[in-house]
Design a protein around this ligand. Structure first.
Ligand code: GLA
Length: 387
């Protein structure tokens, strides 16, 4: 985003909230997951990246309540008493921010009243984690109110806001990726222990593109929560054979193979996906360390097949976009990314093949599905921060 736009937003802030101290500016990116899908809430491994686009927030203290928030993205305003944010749930964008204030009030005592203007360049409901971006931006901006959080703490507050306030039982991948992204790196996160390491994305001549199906994720909440229950069921049955395990992420492929015959079909398919997807994340790190985009591409393709056939969270549009992408010259691999049932695929391809890909794929996809796709080239970027 350009300096000119920031100046414009500062004027908008003053026009809306009046003159006073200069507000401080904070940023939190969106995220894309390279591999390790539906593993986070199973205590498994994930390998996401933060992207350049995200959420900006201008924030400053106010003398007295209420706290006032305004989103220039949705043109909606929210007002609430910072001593009692929990009473203010509304069912729109502001819940992600109010949820953070609510968790902070519970954990650290009520934050002082403030006013904040949100804006950004992250498409909403596109599978790029605009919600985690908004939550983490709010948590990081709380430093202007005297609440200093480490990136890990900001991620955890944001995750609790989403689970406990908004009511979406998501895993912790998105908030960690947004809070802890690093330029040129992926984030290898063990969602069981929250140990992490930054993995260089150093594949000369390789590019990443996120291709959107044009389909919003309607089935999401109910199917997502159902998958969680199915994974829990699989875990308890496997534990009966191999002994207690904390989560499916702690079950090795060998243990799964030894136990799979006791599982009914559905939990067996879910567990098989999680156990082998976890192994694929390790293999992807090895492929990255070896500078081998072909191997990495194969892993992405296997991940997609597993999400489609075993975990059953793909849809015809995602499958069409994946297949069309794979047919293009210079494409090493492609898979659905994020929760599924719509949203995006991530494509690993030769930088030189990018222009032809963007030229050819839209028409092929339109013809196959009747839907309008959109595309975003991404590269691993820095996480949330004051600007
Ligand atoms: C959504 C959730 C994440 C994760 C992915 C699937 O994006 O927010 O926590 O579970 O789905 O990998």
């Amino acid at each position: 985003m350009k300096a000119r736009e920031f100046a414009e937003r500062r004027r908008e802030f003053a026009a809306r909230f009046g003159s006073g101290d200069e507000p401080r500016l904070y940023f939190a990116p969106g995220r894309v997951n390279l591999i390790g899908e539906h593993t986070d809430y199973n205590g498994g491994l994930v390998l996401p990246l933060a992207i350049e686009r995200g959420t900006y927030v201008l924030m400053r203290r106010r003398e007295a309540p209420p706290t006032r928030l305004y989103s220039a993205v949705t043109s909606l305003e929210a007002e609430f008493d910072p001593r009692e944010p929990g009473a203010a749930r509304r069912g729109d964008w502001a819940d992600y921010a109010i949820g953070v204030f609510s968790i902070l009030a519970r954990e650290r005592g009520a934050p002082p009243p403030c006013e904040a203007l949100y804006f950004g360049d992250l498409p909403l409901e596109a599978g790029l984690s605009s919600s985690a971006s908004l939550e983490v931006a709010t948590a990081v901006a709380a430093s202007s109110l005297g609440i200093a959080l480490s990136p890990e703490e900001a991620a955890r507050v944001a995750w609790r806001a989403e689970n406990e306030f908004v009511g979406m039982e998501c895993g912790i991948m998105d908030q960690y990726a947004v809070a802890l992204g690093r330029e040129g790196h992926l984030l290898l996160l063990d969602c069981g222990t929250l140990a992490y390491r930054h993995v260089p994305f150093d594949l000369p001549g390789a590019s990443l593109v996120v291709s959107h199906t044009g389909l919003r994720r309607s089935l999401l909440a109910s199917e997502y929560n159902l998958r969680r229950r199915e994974c829990e069921q699989a875990l308890s049955l496997i534990a009966g054979v191999v002994g207690e395990r904390e989560n499916l992420g702690a079950v090795s492929p060998e243990e799964f193979e030894a136990a799979k015959d006791v599982l009914p079909e559905v939990p067996r398919m879910r567990a098989e996906h999680v156990v082998y997807e976890n192994a694929r994340v390790r293999e992807a790190c090895a492929a990255l360390a070896a500078g081998d985009p072909e191997e990495l591409g194969l892993l992405l393709n296997r991940s997609h097949a597993s999400l489609r056939d075993l975990f059953q969270v793909s849809c015809p549009e995602l499958d069409a976009l994946q297949e069309i992408s794979l047919r293009q010259p210079g494409v090493w691999g492609c898979r659905m990314t994020g929760a599924g049932f719509g949203g995006c695929v991530i494509v690993l391809l030769e930088e030189e093949a990018l222009a032809a890909y963007l030229d050819t794929v839209p028409e092929l996809y339109r013809r196959a599905t009747g839907r309008e796709p959109s595309f975003l080239a991404v590269s691993p970027s820095a996480g949330a921060r004051p600007l």
